[in-house]
Design a protein around this ligand. Sequence first.
Ligand SMILES: Cc1cc2nc3c(=O)[nH]c(=O)nc-3n(C[C@H](O)[C@H](O)[C@H](O)COP(=O)(O)O)c2cc1C
Length: 360
Amino acid sequence: MITRRGAILSALAAGLARGQSGMEKLLSLYDFETEAHTKISHGAWERISGGAADELTLKWNREAYDQLRLKPRVLVDVSHVDTRVNLLGAELPFPILCAPTGGQGLIQPDGDLAAARGAAAAHATYVISSSASMKVEDVARGAGGPVWFQLYVQKDRGFTREMVRRAEDAGCRALCVTVDSPTFGLRNREERAKGELPERQLPNLRGKDYLDPTLTWKDIDWLQGIARRPVLLKGILNPDDAAIAVKSGVAGIIVSNHGARNLDTVPATLEALPHVVESVAGRLPVIVDGGIRRGTDVIKAIAFGAAAVQIGRPYLWGLGVAGSAGVTRVVDILRRELELSMALMGRPTIESIDRSALWL
Ligand SMILES: Cc1cc2nc3c(=O)[nH]c(=O)nc-3n(C[C@H](O)[C@H](O)[C@H](O)COP(=O)(O)O)c2cc1C
């Protein structure tokens, strides 16, 4: 006789098996994108996928990687490929992080925690967004792996200070201040689907109007004065800003155009990257995000001087397809592609990847 509990368990097991075997057929991040599109509600899909205005930068973020050619070496011993890097004094097994993304509750009620756990299972550092749908403490403490915190400085600096303290006390190892968002971008695509979306939950912030257009370099000095963890600036594109960032004493910068969601027609991040790297001249680690979908993209970013890369949408696709396990699989695929591409490139270590790896 099959008990009710037994029936539920076997249905669960069948579901799991289906889910897993289904997921095994997904071989690339693009496969996850296609599958996620069938699983995520239309409104949430538009919010995740959309860029600003005419989405030209969104397209360029990808095209920049597609157009750049690689320059492999042969007859190099690549029997052992080592993807380890040192970032802010910590060793990462590979130079791929999960970028901060808000609104994950639209995909799954405990989306932020599931994503953080999935990243941890794949040994990737996960950056918790201040516009997460869950409290930073719940995500950081439940993640089971290294986490950073992304900060939107609030108009109320006292509240901002509290937020920083909370994130630090919860175990976040670095603070990424997003500096490219004095206001929200013109997200026409998201706006069109807005009626389909529930009210956003923002338990870490005060109110929906959470961006501060008065933010300047003075506030970065203030923040560094109160922070107990390394401060990175997220959203630098202009080499002149990168030069000021070096002088301001921050621990690192993230070359980002906010996944092309803010100002349309700014260049692809891969296009800005070498200029920023030149300006920084080795004085700070430079991380880059935007459009990274393949192991070869990671190689190209590293070749232009990035210390590491971040992925945003791809792990959200993983979350939409199979929750935590989907996020793990997305990171695993990208990591495996990176290893494989390093071997085929004749570059067995991250340090061995420089501009000579590009067909410029
Ligand atoms: C749905 C979504 C929400 C995002 N939310 C935030 C956020 O809260 N804070 C932030 O600094 N960046 C945010 N970003 C930008 C990402 O951190 C990252 O810069 C971008 O997604 C990288 O590009 P990719 O999606 O092409 O990999 C968001 C991006 C997406 C797609």
